[in-house]
Write a new protein. Structure first.
Ligand code: ZN
Length: 139
């Protein structure tokens, strides 16, 4: 074995390739087939999960941690379940989670809370006092 092959092998052990190439692969080939729940009550799913920014973010966090922890010996997956999936699943699939108004067969665009534009100068960086203290309205 050449030194390049040894170095390449060591580099691969330090930074192993993910088992799935992208989030869609992990969701469609691992997450949905493995973590099945009765849908409709405590658990919601949207077939268009990719339309929900929060779901993408939570699934991405689950996938990244799963890719890392699946390689951590005997307890990696147990810790992944305890520290990641068991926390995220009830939120992600829960009736108050990102799929709260979707069903398996119908996607509804989630309501976005209204925003009032931040007043000019409200968020000033480099100031010693907090902007909120500087600009509190007088009674
Ligand atoms: Zn949806």
């Amino acid at each position: 074995m050449s030194s390049n092959a040894i170095n390449s092998s060591a580099a691969q052990e330090a930074n192993p390739k993910p088992l799935y190439a992208d989030l869609t692969g992990w969701v469609t080939q691992h997450f949905v087939p493995i973590y099945r729940r009765t849908l409709g009550g405590d658990f919601r799913w949207c077939a268009q999960w990719w339309q929900h920014g929060e779901a993408i973010s939570r699934l991405m966090a689950l996938w990244y941690s799963w890719e890392a922890m699946r390689l951590q010996g005997a307890t990696g997956m147990a810790l992944w379940y305890r520290d990641h999936l068991d926390h995220q699943l009830p939120v992600l699939l829960g009736p108050r989670g990102p799929f709260y108004q979707c069903t398996e067969n119908e996607h509804l665009i989630p309501h976005q809370a209204r925003l009032v534009p931040t007043p000019s100068g409200w968020l000033v960086s480099g100031s010693s006092a907090s902007p909120a203290e500087e600009q509190l309205p007088e009674d």
